[in-house]
Ligand binder design. Structure first.
Ligand code: NAD
Ligand code: UDP
Length: 312
């Protein structure tokens, strides 16, 4: 059955892929964005579709529409962007969640929250499963994002328990792919852009910290499957690729795939930078029969092709 679906943050990296996929499935899509980190260029190809609608709106203010589902993605995701105006970041997470949950409650829509592996902080449990409560600094420079997202999870659970709102919480682990902003500041886009321009590759710290990188198409499949689970399932559910790499390994891969002459430079490690991260995806395998299909090398090749087109 075709639905009317609201995607907040729809002009961003993940949101633009989600809008495209939902339109392909025949749904009506309202893309809501304030363009803080997103771009119209990410969604320009969708504009001729009569089922696609764009609204410039900031989710810290209420919004009304008759919709069946909400994917709440609006929030800067890169440390440099979410630390640019930390008070705005936490307002987006918390007031945005309240506004979108209020809308879901009024129109009886199902709502999915894009939460994050950052709720686990600098984890003492490895790999991270959904039962782990995390190790988050409440007063550091990452806290506006981490605690904002944790508070949003609390709000989602409380609207569900108190008002019976139909919710889903996904915890997204580091995701990459086309439509990332070249100035985004996250590691995959930084390394690829630096390698393609022949600039130094910036390793923060000694590069031994690890992340697990998921290609965008795998995430979108997992998001839609989670939205379609039965009403009793709320999550949180981890969506990520369990293959774990150090930043040095990532840099070597990017240099080799781009055949770049770039050299590595070592810069100070930002405060509270998690030392390791890897999802336990047992729950996703069981509940949504999902696991990532795209290996890092294959995803990097597709992402490098994209950046070659936009930065040259
Ligand atoms: P992004 O920065 O590309 O997209 C975020 C979008 O939200 C942008 O289009 C931005 O303009 C918009 N936005 C920001 N504040 C807004 C506001 N107040 N009102 C309306 N729109 C606003 O980031 P992304 O990687 O696409 O991330 C999307 C969501 O997924 C975020 O909520 C992020 O926290 C979450 N997430 C992403 C990752 C990842 O690796 N990409 C990992 C974990 C969680
Ligand atoms: N990082 C790096 N060089 C860069 C950007 C990031 O070494 O140019 C490191 C960063 O310190 C972190 C990892 O890469 O350990 C992932 O950083 P990103 O900002 O992509 O995501 P997050 O820290 O939120 O997982």
């Amino acid at each position: 059955m075709n639905k009317r679906i609201l995607v907040t943050g729809g002009a961003g990296f993940i949101g633009s892929h989600l809008c495209a996929r939902l339109l392909n499935e025949g749904h009506e899509v309202i893309c809501l964005d304030n363009y803080f980190t997103g771009a119209k260029s990410n969604i320009v190809d969708l504009i001729q579709n009569p089922k696609f609608e764009i609204v410039r709106h900031d989710i810290i203010n209420p919004y009304n529409a008759e919709i069946d589902e909400i994917y709440n993605l609006a929030c800067p995701a890169s440390p440099i962007h979410y630390q640019y105006n930390p008070i705005k970041t936490i307002k987006t997470s918390v007031m945005g969640a309240i506004n979108m949950l209020g809308l879901a409650k009024r129109v009886n829509a199902k709502i999915l929250q894009a939460s994050t592996s950052e709720v686990y902080g600098d984890p003492h449990v490895h790999p991270q499963n959904e039962q782990y409560w995390g190790n988050v600094n409440p007063i550091g420079i990452r806290s506006c994002y981490d605690e904002g997202k944790r508070c949003a999870e609390t709000l989602f659970m409380d609207y569900h328990r108190q008002n019976k709102v139909k919710i889903k919480i996904i915890r997204i682990f580091n995701t990459y792919g086309p439509n990332m902003n070249p100035n985004d500041g996250r590691v995959v886009s930084n390394f690829i852009v630096q390698a393609l321009k022949g600039e130094d590759i910036t390793i923060y710290g000694n590069g031994s910290q690890t992340r697990s990188f998921q290609y965008i198409d795998d995430l979108i499949e997992g998001m839609i499957r989670t939205m379609n689970t039965d009403e009793t399932f709320t999550g949180p559910i981890n969506l990520g690729n369990p293959d774990e790499f150090s930043m040095l390994e990532l840099a070597e891969k990017v240099i080799s795939l781009t055949q770049s002459n770039s050299k590595l430079v070592y810069l100070p490690l930002p405060a509270d930078d998690p030392k390791q991260r890897k999802p336990d995806i047992s729950l996703a395998k069981e509940k949504i029969r999902w696991q990532p299909k795209i290996k890092l090398d294959d995803g990097l090749v597709k992402t490098i092709e994209y950046f070659k087109k936009i930065i040259r």
